[in-house]
Design a protein around this ligand. Structure first.
Ligand SMILES: Nc1nc2c(ncn2[C@@H]2O[C@H](COP(=O)(O)OP(=O)(O)OP(=O)(O)O)[C@@H](O)[C@H]2O)c(=O)[nH]1
Length: 393
């Protein structure tokens, strides 16, 4: 399963985001609240279900009126402070956790009401722009430190015949999620001495930065827009990086309200409706939230998750079925599974994602929307429904 991590300084709103995002939707009945451990849970990205192209909705537990929710893992990494790479604020341990993530949501307090260490200060007195780069810098310095500590091994290896820089660095960086292909691509972009003995700190830091940029793409979540000065949100949005304005607290209120049956809301909707009884003070809060959502097109929480998976990681959703005309599995469930795959994946990749033990049992695939056989090299598109024909039982 793809894994996203929430990072940011203390009090930015990570836990609130995490609690909201991992809460089950009331309408997605028997789907359990899945906590893997305290800070590791399951959230969903939202996409259009292929059943929208048919007369009837599929009725899948993760499909609500054609809004399909596809599971991904979410990690809540406790607050990082400047100097975390040197162990400040228990930083190393939390940086370690980020290595498990495919992409990072950098949660920033857009109100400017918390300082660099995450301590409350007067709203607007801290510049949230300062909080964006520090996460990247901490990760780079931490990774550069790991490379540095292992450099003697690389130097030793370089004395053996047949030494290969790409292989040595892949061994070193694989724990960070870098593949041989990633390492080769990073090295191609850098100027570095052939012999590891001649490498300086600058070379290792440049390598760390490239590897981090390539393997841990980041989207900034400009949180607390309900309380943030407009100029702060504007300054964040004007940055030359992906920034999604959000209110984690608003999303949490909506999901709780939906859970209690008082609010009609699906995560990612731009509006909501009050359908049950609510005390006056809650109603006033929801009125304010409604204005914020009108301004920003929603709470931003679902949008940030979707952005991480569909834009940063450039994935698509494909739906394997056994019956190409009914779009069902062997038990008659319509569109039973949704798989997230990197763009460029083929039906063969989908077959492996479904049956890891398929071996050379793959025969061919049928596009269930057109009932036409597709070639092994066909590039799957978002929302494709595919029947895999194999020798597997
Ligand atoms: N106004 C406003 N406050 C928020 C929002 N999201 C979170 N908060 C508040 O910000 C404070 C910190 O939120 P947390 O979710 O605990 O922050 P955190 O980043 O997990 O903090 P650490 O656990 O210390 O790392 C709490 O008082 C939240 O209620 C929001 O969207 N708007």
């Amino acid at each position: 399963m793809l894994s996203l991590a929430l990072a940011g300084k203390p009090n930015a709103g990570k836990s609130t985001f995490y609690t909201a995002a991992t809460m089950a939707d009331v309408d997605v009945a028997n789907y359990p609240f899945t906590t893997i451990d305290a800070n590791r849970g399951v959230t969903h990205v939202r996409t259009d279900c292929p059943c929208l192209e048919r007369d009837e909705r599929c009725g899948h537990e993760h499909c609500h009126d054609g809004k399909r929710y596809v599971p991904v893992e979410l990690l809540d990494v406790a607050g990082l402070v400047p100097g975390a790479h040197e162990g400040k604020g228990l930083g190393n341990q939390f940086l370690d956790e980020l290595t498990n993530a495919d992409a990072i949501l950098n949660v920033v307090d857009a109100t400017g009401g918390t300082n660099a260490e995450g301590e409350p200060v007067e709203i607007g007195s801290h510049d949230p722009l300062e909080d964006i780069d520090f996460i990247e810098r901490e990760m780079d310095l931490w990774l550069a430190g790991i490379i540095d500590r292992n450099w003697e091994t690389v130097e030793r290896q370089s004395r053996s015949p047949g030494f290969d820089m790409d292989d040595a660095l892949t061994d070193l960086l694989t724990g960070f999620g870098a593949t041989e292909h990633d390492v080769a691509a990073c090295l191609r972009e850098l100027d570095y001495p052939e012999s590891p003995m001649a490498w300086e700190d600058d070379h290792r830091e440049a390598l760390a930065t490239r590897v981090r940029e390539r393997t841990k793409p980041i989207v900034v979540v400009a949180n607390k827009i309900d309380a943030a000065p407009a100029e702060n949100v504007e300054a964040l949005r004007a940055l030359d990086k992906p920034v999604i304005p959000a209110t984690a607290q608003g999303e949490l209120a909506l999901r709780r309200g939906a859970d209690a049956g008082a609010i009609d809301y699906d995560p990612g909707d731009s509006t909501f409706e009050v359908v049950g009884e609510l005390p006056d003070d809650q109603r006033a809060l929801l009125d304010a939230l409604s204005d914020t959502m009108d301004e920003y097109g929603g709470t931003g929480v679902q949008r940030a998750l979707d952005y991480a998976v569909y834009d940063l990681l450039d994935h698509i959703t494909a739906y394997p079925v056994q019956d190409a005309s009914k779009w069902t599995d062997g038990q008659g469930n319509v569109l039973p599974d949704a798989h997230l795959l990197p763009r460029g994946s083929t039906p063969v990749d989908l077959a492996y994602a479904v049956h890891s033990d398929i071996g050379d049992g793959y025969l061919h695939a049928v596009d269930a929307k057109t009932s036409m056989e597709v070639s092994d090299a066909y590039e799957l598109e978002e929302g494709d429904v595919v029947k895999i024909v194999s020798t597997a039982k």
